[in-house]
Ligand binder design. Structure first.
Ligand code: COA
Length: 374
């Protein structure tokens, strides 16, 4: 480790390996998945196209995409023993813990027997993540045992159908689909790096993604979209929001959904999700949350030159889709499973154990004292 990286901390600016999967914030390139610009993917692809692109390395033909959708639909039934585990998880549990447990249980029931099964495990996990989450959620909230095959085959439609008990409008399905595309992959972010560290020990697929879910859970990473919603909902008017955020900044509080480790002046995913949030706000007749969000955005730029990241307007977009706030970060999992899986595959293909050095700052060597002298 170089002296610079120790001084700045958090491995900021350290190139920790190679990837052919995505570029984040590269000068003149922006965000690409396997060379395709995020703006084009969000405008012209579906999440299932992106899943295929990340797992197989190229965009699918029409037939290849419909085959993938069929495989996702076939993978949607929840094993009975997994359903019974979910029924035993307390209603007070955070849904991210439910997903972590559910995906780990899946690894007990259907372990990856050898590395050639990675893509099959990935498809099963992507198909089951909404099923695990919403089976538990609806069982706790409504006492209902969901048939998790309803709406399966396309992740956005599957998620919204299981949540609302009816097929979504095409506008709502597309809004969530675009959000899944935006969340699918982001190079060596913390959760992906955790998955790669795990893969580097030649561990199994489910251990890698369970490590990633646990890492994504924190408010400095995936949890930011939930924290952003809680902040936005606190304010009745844009003026109140501007005052509230200014005083939070005076108290040196962090405003979730702003800033980024790699992007310096904007997050390329922001414009896409903000536009969707605006459209959905108009559709539901919102006159409060979207204007409040814009007021917060303005204050953050004026006071700190900080810009919204993907999480900030994802919060209101999800809210307008009728998604309860505790399910926001789990949606990130439903999507990012695709990127994590691609990275596990890439790590295995050219593996070396990931084991950095530490700069030791502890006591000098000293004699071991008798118990009476401690
Ligand atoms: C994403 C994030 C973790 C990047 O962190 P980082 O590269 O380690 O940068 P730092 O946390 O050291 O921030 C650098 C400075 O900007 C400030 N800052 C960064 N993000 C901030 C935010 N969201 N609100 C207020 N101040 C912020 C820090 O307080 C720090 O100020 P200082 O130098 O006066 O101490 C950070 O911007 C953050 O915590 N954002 C909020 C959480 C979030 O939205 N996460 C999702 C990321 S996609």
């Amino acid at each position: 480790m170089s002296k610079t990286s120790i001084k700045t901390g958090g491995l900021a600016g350290v190139t920790a390996g190679e990837t052919a999967i995505s570029t984040v914030g590269k000068e003149g390139v922006g965000l690409t998945y396997r060379g395709y610009a995020i703006e084009e993917l969000a405008a012209r692809a579906s999440f299932e196209d992106v899943l295929y692109l990340l797992l197989e390395g190229r965009l699918p033909s029409h037939k290849e995409r419909t085959d993938y959708e069929r495989r996702l639909a076939e993978a949607a039934p929840l094993p009975a023993s997994l359903a019974s585990v979910l029924e035993r998880i307390p209603a007070s549990t955070h849904p991210m813990d439910v997903l972590r447990t559910g995906l780990s249980m899946l690894g007990c029931l259907e372990p990856e027997k050898d590395f050639s099964q990675l893509n099959a495990c990935a498809i099963r996990s992507v198909a089951l993540a909404p099923a695990i989450l919403l089976y538990w959620f609806r069982f706790c909230r409504d006492g209902k045992r969901l048939d998790t095959t309803k709406g399966a085959g396309r992740v956005a439609r599957h998620f919204l159908t299981l949540l609302h008990d009816r097929a979504p409008t095409s506008e709502h399905e597309r809004a969530l689909d675009v959000s899944l595309i935006l969340y699918a992959e982001h190079e060596f972010n913390a959760s992906t790096f955790a998955a790669r560290v795990c893969a580097g020990t030649l561990s199994d697929y489910h251990s890698c993604i369970t490590a990633a879910v646990g890492t994504l859970r924190g408010p400095l990473h995936g949890g930011a979209n939930e924290a952003a919603m809680e902040l936005i909902e606190r304010f009745a008017t844009p003026e109140e929001a501007a005052r509230g955020v200014r005083s939070a900044l005076d108290r040196k509080e962090k405003i979730m959904g702003f800033g980024h480790r790699v992007y310096r002046d904007h997050d390329p995913r922001h414009a896409v999700i903000k536009e969707w949030s605006r459209r959905l706000a108009a559709e539901v007749g919102d006159r409060r949350l979207f204007p409040v969000s814009e007021a917060i955005e303005q204050v953050m730029w004026e006071e700190k030159r900080l810009f919204p990241n993907l999480d900030f307007y994802s919060a209101t977009a999800y809210h307008f889709l009728g998604i309860p706030t505790p399910l926001f970060t789990p949606i990130f999992v439903c999507s990012r499973l695709s990127g994590w899986s691609a990275h596990v595959s890439e790590q295995r293909a050219n593996n070396r154990l990931i084991r950095p050095d530490a700069a030791y700052v502890g006591p000098d060597p000293r004699p071991f004292p008798e118990e009476t002298e401690r």
